[in-house]
Design a protein around this ligand. Structure first.
Ligand SMILES: Cc1ncc(COP(=O)(O)O)c(C=O)c1O
Length: 390
């Protein structure tokens, strides 16, 4: 590899570049917490909750320890548990189904759409019938905003209303995106998000939040994240979790939130560059009309995924697979019901998706190297790909 090439080698997600951009603001924010010493539920928590709610237009934000707990807390707040069916897409990170199991409910796997890879409303409708045949009570659907684009909430809400299902948005990857002029955080009764470091808005550890417009639900969530203790009562009245966000993480998020709108714009520019350069050679991501994405991942689809991953590895271009298996094929989830027609799209995608480096500080040179590597790989005859990358 030439020296010039080595200098532009991209990171998959470059948190160090963001750190540099933040200057010493994070250190100062952490120092302020060290000074006041309220490490748990300190003043940064209420401030962050106000700012996040105002950012997305939700009435309430309740921060918590991570995105998995955010989903679990929403399920707990509605008393969803044993005998209840929770419909989840089969093509997502494992936490979506895990939260249903933690709550004591049964995940029922639904297929995804071929265009956006988000939950397919027709498959949901069919899965509701299947859950009933298994003797389960249909209670809740958790659409996932995969890779940063909101799910298609309109038909999902129509089905949810017809069957009296609660909708919890799994927005771990999409905080900051919007659909038909409404921001993620306001598209469902509950919205759960994650501040895992690599998320579009991430802290320096684990973190999460739930958004809701409902006052009663918000109060329940505040109690549940703190061992079930209502703030103004001496005794614990519900079984809850220890799932509070640390004040230090809130202080970090407050600083990062100031950069976030600019970073969302930078992510879109990088996605546009990829789209333009890669659309002629491979299936690039599709956005629904009216949807924006925060591009948590930039994921392409190719029959030659494994060859492409190898070529990229040889060229020093990091890639990742989100996700290599439909959830129903993983050992702990194999015995749960699926939509009656099966999950052909989820299974198709699991063999063909590959995610490319994506972050707001990805340079034009690094992107040119990534694009050239992919174009070269896909232009070669199948057997010559590995050779072409050397
Ligand atoms: C779709 C989805 N749901 C839930 C989660 C869980 O978030 P956390 O890792 O903060 O628990 C993630 C995290 O990667 C995710 O991508």
């Amino acid at each position: 590899m030439s020296k010039d090439r080595a200098q532009v080698i991209p990171a998959f997600i470059d948190l160090a570049a963001q750190r540099e951009h933040l200057g010493d603001r994070v250190e100062r924010a952490i120092s302020a917490v060290l000074k006041h010493g309220q490490y748990i539920l300190g003043p940064e928590i209420a401030e962050l909750e106000r700012e996040l709610a105002s950012f997305c237009g939700a009435r309430h934000c309740i921060t918590c320890a991570n995105g998995t707990d955010a989903l679990w807390l929403a399920l707990m707040a509605e008393g969803i548990g044993t005998g209840d069916a929770v419909f989840v897409p089969a093509f997502t990170f494992v936490a979506t189904a895990e939260a249903a199991v933690l709550a004591g409910a049964t995940p029922v796997f639904v297929d995804v759409r071929p265009d956006t890879f988000n939950l397919d409303a027709e498959s949901l409708e069919a899965a509701i019938g299947e859950a009933k045949r298994h003797g389960l009570r249909p209670r809740c659907v958790i659409p996932v905003d995969l890779y940063g684009q909101p799910a298609d909430y309109k038909p999902i809400h129509a089905i949810a209303e017809a069957h009296n299902l609660l909708v919890i948005a799994d927005a771990a990857q999409s905080f900051g995106a919007s659909l038909d002029g409404r921001k993620v955080g306001t598209l469902a009764a509950f919205t759960a998000t994650s501040f895992y470091p690599s998320k579009p808005l991430g802290c320096y550890g684990d973190g999460g939040a739930v958004f809701t417009d409902d006052e009663t639900r918000a109060a329940r969530l505040r109690a549940l994240r703190n061992h079930g203790k209502e703030p103004d009562r001496p005794d614990t009245e519900h079984v809850g979790l220890n799932s509070r966000l640390d004040s230090i993480q809130a202080a970090i998020l407050l600083e990062k939130l100031r950069l976030f709108p600019q970073e969302i714009g930078a992510r879109q520019e990088r996605a546009d560059r990829y789209n333009e350069a890669l659309a002629p050679v491979v299936k690039v991501p599709e956005l629904m009309a009216g949807a924006s994405s925060v591009w948590a991942q930039y994921t392409i689809v190719t029959e030659r995924r494994d060859e492409l991953a190898k070529v990229c590895r040889n060229a020093g271009v990091p890639t990742a697979i989100h996700y290599a298996s439909a959830l129903n094929s993983l050992p702990p989830y194999r015995h749960f019901p699926t939509a009656p027609a099966g999950l052909p799209q989820a299974e198709f995608l699991a063999k063909r998706v590959i995610s490319l480096p994506m972050h707001p500080y990805l340079s034009a040179d690094a992107q040119a190297l990534i694009v050239a590597t992919i174009r070269q790989a896909l232009a070669s005859p199948k057997t010559g790909v590995a050779h072409a990358a050397e």
